[in-house]
Every structure is written in C-alpha cells, then in structure tokens.
Design a protein around this ligand. Sequence first.
Ligand code: MLT
Length: 279
Amino acid sequence: MTSDTGTLAVRRSGPRPDEAGPPLVLLHGFPFDARMWDAVVAHIPQVPVLALDAPGFGDSPSPQHVARALGRDAAPALELTADAVVATLDAEGVARAVVGGLSMGGYVALAIAERNRSRLAGLALLDTKAGEDGAAARENRLRMAAAAEGDAGASAVAGMVEALLGETTRAEAPDVVATLRTWLAAAPPAGIAWAQRAMAARPDRHHALVDLEVPALVLRGVEDTVATQEDAESMARALSGRSAGAAELVVVPRAGHMTALEASGATASALAAFWRRCS
Ligand code: MLT
C-alpha cells in the first residue's frame, strides 16, 4: 500500500471506535508487523482495535515515502514513526486513543507520549524500556543494519528467535517457534536496516512518563531477557508520582519478550481491562 498522506496500514477489529470509546492502537515489535497482534485481538472482540504496520513493514509505505509525505527528513528516527501514527489517527478521525506498544512499538509509544501526549487516552508499555542503548547495543544494531542491506538480507535477524522467545515457549510451543522463524525469514531487509538505525538513535524517555496525566500499564513476560524486570520497574517508578495514579505492573507467566504471541490470552485480558479503565 502507498499513501500520499504519510499514513500507515491499519488492521481493524472489534466495534467502531466512535461507538465503543477510544480505540486501542497497537504498535508491533521489531522486525514484525501488525499480524503480531492477531492472536491477542482474537480474544477481545469487544474492544475497537487499530493495529498499525510501522513504516517499512507489512503493508505500510517505506520510511522514505512516509517522510516525503509528512515533509520530513527520512533519517532513521522513531519520531518519524510516532508522527506517522498520529497522521494515521488523524486520517481515521480519532482524537484520542489508548496506545499500546510492544518493545519497538513501546519505543514509538513513548515518543508519542513525549510529542503528542494530548492524543493519548492511556499508555500501555509491553516488553519494552524507556532507557537508551549503551554503546555495545548501538554498535550491534548498526552492524545488523549493514548486514541486512548487504548479502545477509533477512537472515541478519534469523538468530533473534532465541532472545525473543522465553524458555517455556521454546521447549513447549513448537508452533509459536515456527511462526516466529517464518516471520523473521520474511522480514524486509530495508525495514530492518532503517528500524535498527532508528532504535540506535533513540534517547532516554523516562521524562515523558513523569507527568503523563493518563492511566498507564507496564507489562512484561517473566522470561523476557531483552526488556528486563528492572526496565519495567524503572518505567513504573517514573510513572509512580502522577496525579493520574501509579502504573499497573503486570508480569505474565510462562512468556518471554513476545507476550502477544507466547501468552496471547493473558496479554489480551490485561489490555482489555486496561482499555476499559481508560474508556
Ligand atoms: C523488539 O522486539 O521490538 C526488539 O527487541 C526491540 C529492540 O531491539 O530493542
């Protein structure tokens, strides 16, 4: 799909947002697309959901196309993705949304909290962190970006399966492992490269949480080694002094970094309860 307005591809489910309350806008992790949420939304038909493909992934236009349409520089930056999400809300006629992001999607949700907080009716941060990368993590990302653009292509991300899935899933859910391997093998190399450089450039965004005046949810899989319990607690701490109330911190058992896939029922229940709180 291409768009002349800088909008992103949307997978819609549930009732119309204007009848049911603010939509739950879901932002996927790296290097996937909005299909990552299919198992979750299947559990919550009562919730209006808009699941978006990030620029360069799924059916969304490339970051370069989005940047041109929004009159922006295409240098890799998650702020561009955040602005494209907001442009998509505009196009959908949505004034305020409950925004939930998993990992890279969480980094984008944090950028929205910083830049466009009046568009938020609630913020759900799943398997993510508000801190910036250290030097070694940044270098790894830049190496992977170069590899994806070179001979490796999508195979640059093939090794991620171990880090993304918890030990329980790897031992007991071969279907989930197979799905993830298939998605990784089909990840778009140009999208991989741009997103890795954008994630490497992201700043610390704890400050965006401190005075956020909407409800917040922090959720992680107990076996997640990419976004740790300390990362989750650090976001919860930043959210703790607000007049909107402390964040709820949910730890999902038997799941790693990909809670939406590994524990779709528990993730859906937490998101639906949170959406009700925000509606
Ligand atoms: C993701 O799941 O989106 C990635 O693990 C994010 C990251 O590489 O930091």
